[in-house]
Ligand binder design. Structure first.
Ligand code: GTP
Ligand code: MG
Length: 344
């Protein structure tokens, strides 16, 4: 195999689930673990996304992940809101994802937005796993910070194990009612046919090593071919949100899934009536937290490669639409690019 591994992009992972089931907490936990490991700078905050490189995943997952077994560069997580009014944003995030984590509170079980998320994953044929979250709230739970699930499970009393099992089997039953064959993740052989359920706690970090291991394994095993991109080619992405930004006018928060976008590129963006042809004015990334207080919230960058979340400022974006395609023109024929955007 002589392929250049640098042309393998980061898989895009959508985190979906009902309101308050712990999507953001789970990402906070992963970010927090990297900070504790003294690797805060290695995790990059993107617009609407968090990039976690392979070596950090391997550090958090401990002996479960050997970086030599992988050649994908890491995972790019997209957080989505669980509140019922955000259906469109959830469905954009879900459809854009290569893989997904469906977060379900073990006590609260399946709820309306859990079912809605399942529908999105089904329609977009996105492979996913279920994070059965908040296991630390099982009455009598004896927490073992950041431990793999097997170790902490063994450390619980029979009664506590029984309570957790009951909640997990209820989730497996609910998935089955929705037409998904599911099981506890360590019993799953083929993650394309069966949905793996990973017990976790975003609070204590228990099961997080397993979650990252399964996501990494799933992408490496089943996604690798789809991750091969021409990194230097003209960028292709999807608009997650259209936002007014002080000093920049209307901007589009974009997830780039192919190629590169540069700060002097001409782009075509799907609009309410017709494709918008415009020139990038600025590419913006969030500043590290410590700098936000003194400076503007954003930092201008010259170039971004897939997969990334990036805020694009450009004139004429008022009619841009969430969910619309974004394509870089560069040395391609403008009419051909407009046709592509219209066809999506
Ligand atoms: P939305 O973005 O509003 O859809 O919610 P979310 O899914 O992002 O949930 P969030 O992470 O904001 O968590 C909701 C509440 O649950 C917060 O108070 C968290 O502290 C709490 N929580 C999340 N995960 C856990 C967990 O594993 N254990 C416990 N005990 N609490 C948790
Ligand atoms: Mg949240």
């Amino acid at each position: 195999d002589t392929r250049d591994p640098t042309s393998l992009r980061t898989p895009i992972v959508a985190v979906l689930g009902h309101v308050d089931h712990g999507k953001t907490s789970l990402l906070d936990k992963i970010r927090g673990s990297a900070v504790i490991e003294g690797e805060a700078g290695a995790i990059t905050q993107h617009i609407g996304a968090t990039a976690v490189p392979l070596d950090i995943i391997s550090t958090i997952a401990g002996e479960l992940v050997d970086p030599d077994d992988f050649d994908l560069p890491g995972l790019l997580f997209i957080d989505t809101p669980g509140h019922h009014s955000f259906t469109t944003l959830r469905s954009r995030g879900g459809a854009l994802a290569d893989i997904a984590i469906l977060v379900v509170d073990v006590n609260d079980g399946f709820q309306p937005q859990t079912l809605e998320a399942l529908d999105i994953l089904r329609r977009s044929e996105t492979p996913f796993i279920v994070a059965a979250n908040k296991i630390d709230t099982v009455p009598g739970w004896n927490a073992n910070e950041d431990s793999p699930i097997n170790d902490t499970y063994e450390a619980q009393s029979d009664r506590v194990r029984g309570r957790l099992d009951e909640s997990l089997y209820e989730i497996i039953g609910n998935l089955s009612d929705e037409g998904f064959s599911a099981d506890l993740y360590w019993r799953v052989q083929n993650f394309q046919r069966n949905v793996g359920v990973v017990p976790v706690s975003a609070m204590t970090g228990e099961g997080v090593p397993d979650l990252l291991t399964v996501m990494m394994g799933l992408s490496q095993r089943y996604m690798k071919e789809e991750m091969e991109i021409d990194v230097a080619g003209p960028g292709v992405g999807t608009v997650l949100e259209v936002k007014e930004e002080k000093g920049f006018g209307t901007t589009v928060d974009t997830v780039l899934y192919d190629g590169t976008i540069r700060s002097d590129d001409r782009i075509v963006v799907g609009g309410q009536n017709e494709p918008i042809v415009t020139d990038v004015r600025a590419l913006l990334q969030p500043r590290p937290l410590a700098e936000i207080r003194t400076e503007s919230r954003f930092e201008k960058v010259d170039e971004v490669s897939a997969a990334s979340g990036i805020k694009v400022a450009a004139p004429e974006l008022a009619d841009a639409m969430a969910g619309a395609p974004v394509r870089v023109v560069r040395d391609r024929d403008l009419d051909a690019v407009i046709d592509e955007v219209q066809a999506e």
